[in-house]
Design a protein around this ligand. Structure first.
Ligand code: AMP
Length: 124
């Protein structure tokens, strides 16, 4: 799927719509999810135009890839989540339920997060 520069996170990156920013560096922006699904729910995105993890892993530089994952860990530390624990998740495509076609990592924490997938969705 080609990158669509009209997606909502591209607009946030261009400053066309606001976000509640928690972290920024040369390669990464992170902000609170507008519809939080946990006490702490932060979205961590690369500044580069990558649709999803497939696109990012194939086309991003080593520096961008390192920056994204280092940022996730730093944000978790800055929110005191290292010892209490947290979850990261990235949806891709139809089965993943991806809504916004710009790679993003969800960072959840601040509470017990329950099972990894809703039990009703598990085929097992
Ligand atoms: P996904 O389903 O993995 O694509 O997740 C997209 C996420 O983006 C959802 O959790 C939305 O609540 C969140 N979201 C959509 N628009 C905004 C926005 N303007 N600011 C912050 N989060 C947003």
């Amino acid at each position: 799927m080609p990158y669509n520069p009209q997606n909502i996170f591209a607009k946030i990156l261009r400053g066309e719509i606001p976000c509640h920013k928690v972290y920024e560096d040369d390669h990464v922006l992170a902000f609170h999810d507008i519809h939080p699904q946990a006490k702490i729910h932060i979205l961590v995105i690369p500044k580069g135009a990558y649709v999803d993890m497939t696109d990012f892993s194939k086309n991003a530089s080593e520096r961008e890839i390192a920056a994204l994952f280092r940022a996730v860990a730093k944000i978790a530390k800055d929110h005191d989540l290292e010892s209490s624990g947290y979850r990261i998740l990235s949806n891709q495509g139809v089965n993943g339920g991806q809504e916004v076609p710009h790679l993003h990592i969800h960072l959840f924490g601040g509470q017990s997060l329950g099972p990894m997938l809703a039990r009703s969705q598990s085929p097992f």
